[in-house]
Write a protein that binds this ligand. Sequence first.
Ligand SMILES: Nc1nc2c(ncn2[C@@H]2O[C@H](COP(=O)(O)OP(=O)(O)OP(=O)(O)O)[C@@H](O)[C@H]2O)c(=O)[nH]1
Ligand SMILES: [Mg+2]
Length: 705
Amino acid sequence: MAGNNKTTLRTKGNPRIALAGNPNSGKTTLFNAITGAHHKVGNYPGVTVEKREGSRVRGETSYHFIDLPGIYSLTAYSIDEVVARDFILDEKPDVIVDVLDSTNLERNLYLCLQFQELGIPVIGALNISDEAESRGIFIDDKQLTLTLGIPLIKTVGPKGLGVDELLDCIDHAGEQAFSGRRLNYGDEIESQLETIESAIAADSAFAAKYPVRWLAVKLIEKDSNAYERLQEHPQAEKIETLARDAVAWIEKHFGKDAEIIISEQRYGYIRGAVKESVRIIREPDFSVTEAVDRFIMNRFLSLPVFVLVLWGVFQLTFLLGQYPMDWLESFFGFLSEAILNTMPDTLLRSLLVDGIIGGVGGVLSFVPLIVILFFLLSILEDVGYMSRAAFATDKLLHSFGLHGQSIFPMMLGFGCSVPAIMASRTLKSPRDRIITILITPMMSCGAKLPVHVLLAAAFFPANAGTMVMFIYAIGVILSLCCAFILKKTVLKGDPTPFVMELPPYRAPTLRGILWHVGEKTWLYVKKAGTIILASAILIWAITSFPAYEPPPGTSGGEAEDSVRNVEAALEHSYAGQLGKFIVPIFRPMGFGWKLAAASVTGFAAKEVIVSTLGILYRVGTEETEESEGLRDAIRSDPEMNPLAAFVFMLFTLIIPPCFAALATVRAEIGWKWLGFELVFLLCLGWLLCTIVYQLGSLAGLGALL
Ligand SMILES: Nc1nc2c(ncn2[C@@H]2O[C@H](COP(=O)(O)OP(=O)(O)OP(=O)(O)O)[C@@H](O)[C@H]2O)c(=O)[nH]1
Ligand SMILES: [Mg+2]
């Protein structure tokens, strides 16, 4: 057992240290401070949903740290909790650093007691100690160390305070005796535990694999996973009978559920320990969190406030993004013109201007918008608004058969579907989780935003912002309706109850936000320089070949002839032929062949839609009016009208997300659901868009809008 091992970790090579603890206690912040990583931190429970690894070298020791998702107990319900529990049980780290939220010590120590039953050295990091102190909570760490029998270090994650002491402590973790310091559940329960423990310990191979004490307690707690693990024991049946008899005896004796008795014993012990070592020097005079929550968490106001917050985020994105976006557009316009004026009319010039600048430049112009959107969404996450949003929308989501927690993936979906889909791991019911994953792509992501902005600006210049917001709102309403339908048909079941803590409001850490936004922007730019560049070149090539010979007498230089020739050349090209081949499927939605082609190329990544439109509408513009904007070019397409533009935005919103998001859907819920999602979204997109276009045309909206 670890307690008998007197070698220090420094001599043991590369120790593996798990950072575990309650959700939102600051594990990732501490992990980042120790290892220099920049993983996502947020002020709500469930930010980390998979384990992350990193290392720190000090002297000759390389410390291998593992940041785990937050858990309240070693009995796991949701997938992120299972990840944390399984890592601790199956991979057996050398040390567990239990990251404790000092402002919530009683609840956090509940898990700590369970860690102590594992026979692995435990160190407590009294994190968020700054906030505790400013709230007048003083923790006597020396006294608490004596009571709990584990070393405790005060830390402040964002400032990296206490990290060195923590590493020193890890060095000496192997020197302590742990077997004796465990909670005594009282004579009656202990005698039952003893019988079970000795029966489990009879098989030494099994006992080496699973901590005997922990398993015995979990069997009394009726943890189904513990019973599953017990099946590996050669005497599983006998021990299971022993455990069930013990549970029956305890429940009869105490007149309560065995799990409740165990948790009461733990809390009783914790209360005693906290009473001895925590002093609340003064009540805080004024709590910002309470004052703000009294207003925005008001029963009547919370939902309108939520809508207002989201509306504010998008309005601010457009308002602030407009200027730099225009500058970038002008810059690319200038660049095209410079090339047109200096280079001879060759294929290379066409590739540069029409293919690369028209395709990639169009996508890059939207970078400011993406930066601002991610920045604002990150602030909401960091300030602590996400949990409030979950409360505000809980009732509404419930009426659509969704779980209150589904709001996290949905809101993250406004940024990028990939992390949003992963975030649904925190949902406990598999059904709720599958539904949430299936509807998340309908939340319009950052990559779809450029498409909406482009078309809204081209066809609804007076109300572009409102139009984009309208599309976002349709995404939300559609996803709720789809959740409702799924819940009533393929995924029947009642929503599980919703319990969540509200973290205090915290000032966002600018460094963290900038890093996160910088990373997302870099990914966007990188995508523009790789996938989008490659597809732009490909699309340019299929729009430029085979070469087109204008009929004699029409190449005299007349502007009208020239436009006609360019159009004819496009239609003659492979892209044109392909577009015309597939256009019958898209016609009912009001799309011409160019929109049809852009919809298809958008399958890989939504940004490609903008670059395809950029190429299809820019090809040859140098021969007509000088550097006509893409917006104007689309608007002057005789096949386009405002209704078709609106339907195209709707179609982009609904059709399956990019390959990366689809791969995440597959990884999370498998091929079957991926297939379902693809068919579902394609059929829904086509049907709905056809209905809207046909009805809109009947009502004469095409011309009116
Ligand atoms: N004041 C203060 N805030 C902290 C401290 N450590 C973390 N935080 C904040 O607490 C919040 C949660 O931090 P995370 O590191 O994401 O917490 P986590 O334990 O990894 O959370 P999950 O991954 O959701 O389980 C963030 O807003 C952090 O900025 C601390 O020592 N002091
Ligand atoms: Mg985390």
